[in-house]
Design a binder for this molecule. Structure first.
Ligand SMILES: [Zn+2]
Ligand SMILES: [Zn+2]
Length: 176
């Protein structure tokens, strides 16, 4: 996954290799490169799974993420679109680190941005499912927001959309 240089800046800072981990410290991971897209999702499923207003997920090709310490357990729930949404948690403390979703299978994952050591390095491309949001939450002026989802072909820079399309094509061909 080599970018063309256009995509190496995320939120104005380089995102070469970032590290993160769970709350108890048993799980540590590294993630390399920049995400394909980052969503701040306010849907009711994300509210329930996190117990909070919303989640911030950064989507990467699975090979971008390396578990360097600890053991994960998988907890399967039903995705909003149907199918299995597998949440990978620290075996010891239960912190959710990333998820696999039906659309991308095991080819890509949604990393919980709040588990990064420097979570402020990644900035959402979009705020989604605002129709479901807790009514007191404020929406940012400078990040596009959508009542449900958006068309990634319109929102994402071409290089990042191409990465997404590549994964969807591999998935459609039976991978993952
Ligand atoms: Zn832990
Ligand atoms: Zn959601």
């Amino acid at each position: 996954m080599t970018g063309d240089g256009m995509d190496e800046q995320v939120g104005g800072r380089s995102a070469d290799v970032m590290a993160g981990g769970c709350a108890c410290g048993a799980v540590r991971y590294k993630v390399s490169g920049s995400p394909i897209f980052v969503n701040n999702c306010h849907c009711t499923l994300c509210q329930r799974q996190t117990g909070s207003t919303s989640v911030v997920n950064a989507f990467f090709e699975s090979e971008a993420v390396t578990l360097t310490e600890g053991t994960l357990t998988e907890h399967v729930v039903t995705a909003g679109s149907g199918g299995d949404h597998a949440i990978c948690r620290c075996e010891r403390c239960g912190t959710a680190l990333w998820s696999y979703y039906p659309r991308l299978g095991r080819l890509g994952l949604g990393l919980r941005v709040g588990t990064l050591d420097e979570p402020g390095r990644l900035r959402p491309d979009a705020v989604i499912f605002t129709a479901d949001r807790m009514p007191w939450t404020a929406l940012p002026d400078d990040i596009p927001h959508f009542e449900t989802t958006y068309n990634p072909a319109e929102l994402l820079p071409p290089e990042r959309f191409a990465r997404l399309k590549g994964m969807i094509a591999r998935r459609a061909a039976g991978e993952g």
